[in-house]
Design a protein around this ligand. Sequence first.
Ligand SMILES: Cc1cc2nc3c(=O)[nH]c(=O)nc-3n(C[C@H](O)[C@H](O)[C@H](O)COP(=O)(O)O)c2cc1C
Length: 241
Amino acid sequence: MNETINLLKNHRSYRDFDENYVIPDEELQEILDASRQAPSWMNGQMYSIIVIRDKKIREQLVAWNPGNYHMLKSSVFLLFVADLKRTQQVAEKYQVDYPVDEGLNPLIIATTDANLAMQNAIVASESLGLGIVPVGSVRNHIEEISELLNLPDYVYPVSGLSIGKPLVDMQVKPRLPQATVVHYDTYQPYDEQLIEDYEKTMVKFAEARETKTWTKKFADYFGTKPAENVDRYLRKQKLIK
Ligand SMILES: Cc1cc2nc3c(=O)[nH]c(=O)nc-3n(C[C@H](O)[C@H](O)[C@H](O)COP(=O)(O)O)c2cc1C
């Protein structure tokens, strides 16, 4: 196994960081350079990265989202936003319409670009011996965060990323069996038994922060209407009708 594959197969999210650890500027720069080299749709690079080191801003993020206290304790917090603003300025320059709110594909494009950039930042951070945790729950306060960070129209937060020096080591978390996730040539229905097996594996893994089994967690999550604040925000940002 080569070093890169070994790194990827040993990924873990870390949430407890040494709050006194300062990432050297050169390392942060390496992470940002690696992140920006991610592939993107049509080379559009439809994302931006907000590098948040300011304690006051991070305290506010944690006040809104106390479960993700690492947004303050990590060495740096990156917010990956999907960014359809630059291309809106291009439309203005050419004096053409910009009907991005008339379909969902632009959102898929920009969200994908932002996530690929984040994944590159994750791999780069881990290769430097740092730990990370993505923070999708920044969208719980999407409107407030957007105002705090002056996000313009056509921009929306996709995920945050806490990066820092982990305080404790963590076991690699088991994944779903390959047969439930990987399909050859055509999509194949998976055997329910495999999900039950995974459920048992995860119970045995006994991650303290997991209070529900895997199936119950998603029955509950998707059994509830999606939060309206995200739709409301995307409408305000001129991204959906
Ligand atoms: C898009 C995305 C958003 C996430 N949001 C959060 C979050 O808000 N808070 C958190 O503690 N973990 C978050 N995570 C981390 C996942 O819980 C974690 O990746 C998953 O449980 C698998 O564990 P592992 O990364 O340690 O292997 C997020 C992960 C992804 C990919």
